[in-house]
Design a protein around this ligand. Structure first.
Ligand SMILES: [Zn+2]
Length: 351
């Protein structure tokens, strides 16, 4: 039986890599899940215990100018678009405040790790690292290549590339080669405004692609064959009016799918909201949708040995959801209710 100084969480445990709801408890000691058991214990918290989210694609740098007019993609986030103009005008302190607030929201809404495509070179990366300081979040920062020179800051986990059509092909190849030499991950936006940039993105042999909402069957087959994961950001695709990703087909082809909330200026970085949308509009498979928001994101960010599911030996990056809240009361299938309706205010405790 568990000893003192341990944290005990009791209720429905969304257990293992297949996210099976089991009645019982988990015991946490030193931040690690030590034990799962099925008997009743005198627990610290009681509810639905599930792993926290991994937001696999976000841009928190644009948090200080939310909800712009509905504009075509290139006018919003293109090289001379509204985002770039706003970033150039806003004072440093305001941008930093926006980032800090988004990161606080992410932590409070159950996210434990995120991958951010960060512009602004070394200064931009250190701003994000300053903003995340003291928050219970693991930051995977991907620096964006500048024009003309190869300038990925050493402090980056990876290289995050916008569509290959925004870049000179030789320059981008050299930047990717430099990133590889430093064992950095490489992620590329592709198939967002059209499918004409997918071939060039695949030729870079990236670790993952972002969006692919405009991918055709042949594109998805190529991606499946290459074994490259895709991060989908469907609510962002709705705002920019570029069409939604065929998540169902991606899954049928065996592609690993993770989920991101993309630009904060367009959508709240709350994974619950993305999950609700995907589960209703794109894929009626609650277990798969939950996996995309947790374990698959962890895989994509190289964190799946540490977190992303509830198993003995993994870090206890878990949260407890209130079964008796006004929102959750009457839930017959705990995992389905988390995926389709749970919100931030249903969280009782976060570890
Ligand atoms: Zn993006």
């Amino acid at each position: 039986m568990p000893k003192a100084r341990e944290i005990l969480l009791q209720g429905t445990i969304i257990y293992g890599d297949d996210f099976t709801p089991l009645d019982g408890y988990i015991c946490i000691r030193g931040g690690i899940i030590r034990e799962f058991g099925s008997e009743h214990v005198d627990a610290d918290y009681e509810g639905i215990v599930c792993p926290r989210f991994v937001n696999a694609h976000v841009h928190v740098g644009d948090s200080a100018f939310k909800d712009p007019p509905f504009l075509p993609l290139s006018k919003l986030v293109g090289p001379d678009g509204l985002k770039a103009r706003n970033l150039a005008q806003m004072p440093h302190a305001v941008l930093l405040e926006g980032m800090r607030r988004s990161l606080q929201l992410m932590a409070a809404s159950g996210t434990c790790a995120f991958a951010d495509f960060r512009e602004g070179g070394a200064e931009g990366v250190s701003m994000l690292q300053e903003a995340v300081l003291g928050l219970p979040l693991i930051a995977r920062v991907l620096g964006r290549p500048g024009t003309g020179q190869i300038n990925i800051p050493d402090s980056c986990w990876g290289l995050g590339i916008s569509s290959t059509r925004d870049h000179d092909p030789d320059h981008i190849r050299a930047t990717v080669a430099a990133a590889r030499q430093r064992s950095m991950a490489v992620g590329v936006h592709a198939g967002e405004a059209g499918n004409d940039d997918i071939g060039a993105a695949l030729a870079l042999h990236p670790d993952f692609l972002v969006h692919m909402n405009r991918a055709e069957e042949a594109d998805l087959r190529d991606v499946a064959q290459a074994g490259i994961p895709i991060v989908v950001c469907p609510r962002s695709n709705l705002v920019t009016g570029v069409g939604l990703p065929n998540v169902k087909r991606m899954l049928e082809l065996g592609i690993t799918i993770a989920v991101g909330t993309d630009n904060v200026m367009m959508n709240s970085p709350d994974v619950f909201e993305e999950m609700h949308f995907i589960s209703k509009a794109l894929l009626h498979d609650d277990r798969q949708v939950f996996k995309m928001c947790t374990l698959n994101g962890a895989k994509m960010t190289g964190l799946d040995q540490r977190l992303g599911s509830i198993r003995e030996g993994k870090e206890a990056k878990v949260m407890v959801i209130d079964k008796k809240s006004d929102n959750m009361w009457g839930a017959m299938a705990p995992l389905s209710s988390i995926v389709r309706r749970a919100v931030r205010s249903d969280i009782i405790a976060i570890f």
